[in-house]
Design a protein around this ligand. Sequence first.
Ligand code: A2R
Length: 310
Amino acid sequence: MTDILMIAPMPDLVAGQLAEIGAVHDYTGARDKRALMSEVGDKIGVAVAMGGFPASLHGSLPNLKLIASYGVGYDGIDAPLARARGAAVTNTPDVLSDAVAELTVAMMLAHDRQMMQAESYVRKGKWGKKGMYPLTRQLAGSKAGIFGLGRIGKEVAARLTAMKVDVAYHGRREQPDQPYRYWASLAEMAASVDWLVSIAPGGAETRYAIDAEVLRALGPDGRVLNIGRGSVVHEAALVTALKAGTVGGAALDVFEDEPYPHPDLLTMENVLLQPHNGSATHVTREAMGQLVVDNVKAHLAGESLLSPVN
Ligand code: A2R
């Protein structure tokens, strides 16, 4: 029987299946984590996580062989360190790309067409009293620059193209097989688009990539959307730019300090907010959970991992 450490709360689908294949120890729920570690630490072979793994835990888990993470982003896990300590890391890519891409496009549409405000206009009876709602922007015909044309970015690009949006992208390298225009400079791309869409991973390399300079380049008619990682956008700089009107609007699903968006964002009309909901559909969360379990099973059976990251 394998000992499995749950270092983040897992959906029932995951927790239930893990309990069938090993002895599960709940780290997050443990009142005395140190006592738990001294009791079971050297027996733990597998840890299940949710995008993060404290590096300090390695010292208590000398026999850890796998960190199976729920979610595609793993910027909170030091994968090279885990590998050096003898542990593989898996994530849950691909199965969530459709859900994240459709929320991305939904947010762009909702923002441009002012759907939240227009709905409130109807609910509050303003339609009958004041007449028709003011005209809004149209997504078709606009230009979008995607920061991070990876698995999710490509799904976003395909949907936007179908909706007659002109797509460009920025990343560390050009992808010659892609039909979209490549920009080596994020700021230059920002200056050329209506929507700057960030679906790049978090981590030291992308931290604050969308800063005051990039926002200035995006300009007073530009809108920024972030559905990748909160750390990619300098939130204070964004708030300043929105207040000054040097950026036209924002649609944000992820934040620097979740679940606490910058308080000024909460009162801004030209900001659309979502609670880190990109992959939050029944079908996708089920598929993500199953992939966590299937990685653990593959590891225990001595088979190749389904989605290793290191
Ligand atoms: O840079 P490239 O050409 O390798 O393109 C990748 C880009 N990317 C970066 N761009 C600029 N600077 C970086 N340091 C950097 N690191 C990566 O982001 C690639 O096109 C894209 C990431 O794509 P995938 O690895 O396929 O990730 P996926 O499944 O699209 O998910 C993206 C992110 C996750 O990392 C979570 O943070 C979030 O979506 O849920």
